[in-house]
Design a protein around this ligand. Structure first.
Ligand SMILES: Cc1ncc(COP(=O)(O)O)c(C=O)c1O
Length: 418
């Protein structure tokens, strides 16, 4: 066990905090340089199996070694004296509070408006269960929502006999003004909540969320944003967006520990959206929350540090380069119909394409994995039969080209009956 003065304890405490970028990315290391130079699938900063082409960050992002090390250091320190470390002014508990403060700064809110969750689903469920609905209330949402953002509303609607109105948006539809107009049309006298994604999971379309939230506010409707596919891909400033609640994942684009996320609730909306977890104040471990996954939260703080060290603007630019290459390449394959928007304000790293009806997404995905070492997501009903690829900064142009060759080879093979 680490004694109060032991070198191990000092080292572990040192590993916990440090909002500085120094321990995260070697000082002065040009991030873009290693990204460009990285050998295919063998980037030493990540643990991805050499040879594997991982293009599925939109499902789960890989955690960099340095973030994992800080997570594990926190865990070791916790185990040196669990009760002392986990509660009150214990070093590990203090470090979780600091992690939350860094996360709050990262999304532009105050720490007391932010709750750490297990992911987006957990955050969206919490919002849905924290509103005191009145008889006749309605919830407005879209047909492009991920089930993690939708299930909480379905649950409360069932339990409290509420109506859910669903705006239809086709997978290939990209015009933000038409979507905005349809949202305006969908608002009813009794609409209480508008719940919508910042970026659609199936086709990667980025919505004009600030305008959508302003529309909701003018109509006296609470705006709840599912930001699972936004946080860590581009800068998110929740105040500027003007939403009442924002849910996001730590384990996707932020590349934090698996099982982490956040829930922002605007201070002015706190009386209407009031989770029981906030009853005892904002600290991470309280009587209202019980003990949580402290090392993971500290790892989430380290993931924010890593993202700050790279610079979110660099991340957005680099992602855009990779997705353009991918989008252009997929659009040249005649068997596919790309449903993600072209370059422009609606474009994100998520690039999806419909497969011909004769090729099932599930088997296509398995073949890409087993024969080409390529990880993509399959998209199925209720969306469409297709695949989605989502490059992040650790991917390279060589990997995009490999993916395009693999997809082309499989499509040609399928057409020729292999
Ligand atoms: C839009 C959206 N919402 C929610 C989720 C679920 O996120 P989590 O795994 O963090 O609960 C996802 C996951 O892909 C998503 O794309």
């Amino acid at each position: 066990m680490a004694s109060p003065e032991s070198p191990l304890r000092r080292r572990l405490i040192g590993a916990l905090g440090a909002a500085s970028s120094a321990g995260v990315v070697a000082a002065g290391a040009p991030w873009s340089a290693w990204a460009a130079d990285a050998a295919h699938g063998a980037d030493p900063e990540f643990l991805i199996t050499p040879g594997l082409t991982y293009l599925n960050t939109a499902a789960l992002g890989p955690t960099p070694r340095v973030v994992l090390e800080r997570t594990l250091a926190a865990w070791q320190l916790l185990e040196s004296n669990p009760v002392r470390m986990a509660y009150g002014d214990g070093d590990v508990h203090l470090a979780t509070d600091q992690a939350r403060e860094r996360l709050a700064r990262f999304i532009g809110c105050d720490a007391d408006e932010l709750q750490i969750t297990r992911g987006t689903t957990d955050a969206m469920n919490t919002v849905a269960q924290s509103i005191r609905f009145r008889r006749g209330d309605r919830i407005l949402t879209s047909e492009q929502e991920h089930e993690g953002g939708h299930n909480g509303w379905a649950y409360v609607a069932r339990r409290h006999n509420l109506a859910i109105d669903v705006i239809s948006i086709a997978p290939g539809e990209h015009d933000p003004q038409r979507i905005l107009a349809r949202i305006a049309d969908g608002l009813r006298r009794r609409t209480r909540v508008l719940s919508i994604s910042h970026v659609f999971s199936a086709n990667g379309l980025r919505l004009p969320i600030a305008e959508i939230c302003a529309l909701a506010r003018r109509s006296g409707v609470l705006s709840v944003v599912d930001g699972a596919q936004a946080l860590g891909q581009f800068a998110v400033d929740v105040r500027a967006l003007g939403c009442d609640a924002y849910a996001a994942s730590g384990h996707k684009w932020l590349m934090g520990p698996k099982g982490t996320g956040l829930l922002y609730i605007r201070r002015e909306a706190a009386s209407e959206i009031a989770p029981v977890q906030r009853e005892d104040g904002p600290r991470f471990v309280t009587n209202a929350t019980g003990i949580g996954a402290l090392p993971l939260v500290i790892g989430l703080g380290a993931a924010v540090d890593a993202m700050n060290a790279r610079g979110i603007d660099y991340v957005e630019r680099r992602i855009r380069e990779l997705r353009e290459r991918l989008h252009t390449g997929l659009a040249q394959l005649p068997q596919l119909r790309v449903v993600s928007p072209p370059a422009g304000p609606g474009a994100t790293a998520l690039v999806a394409a419909m497969l011909p009806a004769s090729i099932a997404a599930k088997s296509f995905q398995s073949v890409l994995r087993d024969q080409h070492g390529l990880m993509v997501k399959r998209i199925e009903a209720p969306f469409f039969n297709g695949i989605r690829l989502s490059p992040h900064v650790f991917n390279t142009e060589a990997e995009i080209d490999l993916a395009l060759r693999a997809i082309r080879a499989q499509l040609d093979g399928a057409v020729h009956g292999q």
